[in-house]
Ligand binder design. Structure first.
Ligand code: 3PG
Length: 203
């Protein structure tokens, strides 16, 4: 599946930070998928993240990717571990080239015109707008979409259940990312299930 198809699978991509003392990753993925969120980003910010991502990738219906990928080595390790897509907070020439050469579905972070132009020079036109709120929010994205009318985005960073609908109403926004679906410290699958179901119904 290419990145455009993945972005269109569900309106919200839960951005997960897997803590050792957090919920069981497989149970978590099953809960998200069962409630309509098939696309899951596991950030490589904690020691067990890669193993958790591999385990979650085995859940039927789940499309599990790796986030917080900062260099080509990490990118290749995540692909080896079963990542179906790769998210990086920004875009460098090296990581962009490595992603393209690997053929993986790739969602690089952009925050301004220069970032988007660098991506377009590499043939990329699907981006994570990050950090979405701190970079000017929806007015900034709308302004960027003037010149970059073909680009499509997954805004992430500071988006909430309350603000997601206005982002999703913008035609350039294919989905949004956020950590609110699985709040830090939340262990209850029942509660996560409700948050996921609400998120899945946002569009
Ligand atoms: C990310 O890692 O992509 C963001 O930190 C998620 O942003 P949020 O925690 O504001 O949803």
């Amino acid at each position: 599946m290419n990145i455009d198809a993945i972005m269109r699978l569900s309106p919200v991509i839960p951005v997960l930070v897997i803590d050792e003392d957090g919920p069981d990753p497989v149970e978590l993925a099953e809960t998200l998928v069962a409630n309509g969120l098939r696309v899951i980003e596991v950030t490589l910010r904690t020691p067990g993240a890669l193993a958790a991502m591999t385990a979650m990738a085995g859940v039927s219906g789940a499309v599990v990717g790796a986030g917080t990928i900062l260099d080509p080595d990490q990118l290749l390790r995540a692909i080896d571990a079963g990542a179906k897509f790769i998210v990086s907070p920004g875009l460098t020439e090296r990581i962009g080239r490595a992603a393209i050469d690997s053929g993986v579905a790739y969602l690089p972070g952009v925050a301004n015109s220069g970032d988007i132009m660098r991506g377009m020079e590499m043939g990329l036109d699907r981006f994570k707008f990050f950090p979405a709120m701190a970079s000017g929010g929806l007015p900034a994205l709308k302004a960027l979409c003037g010149p970059f009318y073909d680009a499509r985005f997954c805004p992430t960073g500071g988006i909430t259940r309350g603000t997601a609908p206005e982002w999703l109403a913008d035609p350039a926004v294919l989905c949004v990312g956020g950590s609110w679906v699985v709040p830090k410290g939340e262990w209850s699958m029942a509660k996560i299930g409700v948050l996921a179901k609400t998120a899945a119904q946002l569009r």
